[in-house]
Design a protein around this ligand. Structure first.
Ligand code: ZN
Length: 177
């Protein structure tokens, strides 16, 4: 009887061993599969995240350019408003003011308003007095067009009818009344 029991026990052991082996193999396969799936999911998630980051960046860029467009619109609106006011006041503003103040505005970028009168002119500057107050300080051309104000300082000066212009001949940019 002991022999039969031993035989049964041995078969059970063998089956258990086989089952164990099968389980280990399946588990290993499943584990590999799970790792593969997890990696794929992770990659998908990362891809989505990267895509949404890219979307965010793109929409932020769009927003930024939209704001820039609207602010340049505002700049041109301010400029045309300043133009209109300047046109109305052009008869009132003495012609000597732009000539006297123009060069100092071109050379000094300090926001402190000039309170002292301009220095005594040299003969070279006296020639400049005779030119038009709209003329370019570099090439003396009077073909200048309004330029978009750049930064708060130039917006601020716009309140005092000082605005940037660009010479159409030499492309020099300068400030004038
Ligand atoms: Zn010029």
């Amino acid at each position: 009887m002991g022999g039969v029991a031993e035989l049964i026990q041995r078969q059970v052991d063998a089956q258990m061993e086989a089952l164990e082996q099968k389980l280990v193999t399946e588990m290993a396969a499943q584990g590999r599969e799970m790792i593969g799936t997890a990696t794929a999911v992770l990659a998908d998630k990362l891809g989505e995240r990267v895509q949404s980051l890219e979307r965010d960046a793109a929409s932020q860029l769009r927003e930024l350019s939209r704001v820039q467009e609207s602010s340049s619109l505002t700049a041109s609106q301010i400029e045309s408003a300043v133009n209109a006011v300047q046109d109305r006041l052009s008869d009132v503003i003495p012609a000597s003011i732009p000539r006297a103040w123009g060069p100092s505005l071109v050379s000094s970028q300090s926001s402190a308003p000039r309170t002292t009168p301009p220095p005594v002119r040299s003969p070279r500057n006296q020639r400049a007095v005779t030119r038009s107050c709209y003329a370019c300080p570099k090439c003396n051309s009077s073909d200048v067009r309004p330029s978009t104000p750049d930064g708060f300082y130039e917006y601020f000066l716009g309140l005092f009818f000082v605005r940037p212009v660009r010479c159409q001949r030499c492309l020099r940019r300068f400030l004038r009344f």
